[in-house]
Design a protein around this ligand. Structure first.
Ligand SMILES: [Zn+2]
Length: 153
């Protein structure tokens, strides 16, 4: 058994992740449950969200063979600004994987080009999802039709 320094609960050793460079027993000071909770809290801040956004984009760039030159210094101020560059909507940092409609995400203006500062804008996930591999004009066409149709319904 080992006591978590965060929740102060005594838990079996398997409740702690390994950390070879840490304490003598090779396990983390915080239990897995506390680690998960902290990771969730970090995702609610721009500082916590940006590294994951960059890592995801870098992974996608590598998989699809496009350029990736974005940096934390470039992205952080945009996420901290808190506003979608396409719609002007405010980012929500409480979103989960299931409900991330208003989470900040990276939109490639030209989906065939890479993740470079001149080809990426920071937008709400919903905009990105609607756009897919289409164009900004396509999204605008759909948005206008949606507004028109719902107003006349
Ligand atoms: Zn704990």
């Amino acid at each position: 058994m080992k006591t978590c320094v965060r929740c102060k609960m005594s838990k079996p050793k398997r409740a702690f992740s390994p950390r070879p460079d840490g304490p003598k027993d090779g396990l983390r000071y915080h239990c897995r449950a506390c680690n998960t909770k902290e990771a969730k809290e970090r995702r609610k801040t721009p500082e916590g969200r940006v590294p994951a956004m960059l890592a995801d984009a870098k992974y996608r760039a590598k998989n699809t063979g496009v350029a990736f030159t974005l940096t934390k210094e470039w992205l952080l101020p945009k996420v901290e600004a808190g506003v979608c560059e396409a719609t002007g909507l405010t980012f929500c940092f409480n979103g989960t994987h299931r409900n991330k409609a208003w989470s900040p995400s990276l939109d490639r203006i030209n989906p065939l080009m890479g993740y470079t500062p001149d080809n990426v804008q920071v937008v709400v996930w919903m905009y990105n999802a609607a756009k897919g591999t289409a164009t900004t004009e396509d999204v605008l066409t759909m948005a206008r039709a949606l507004v028109f149709n719902s107003a006349s319904a």
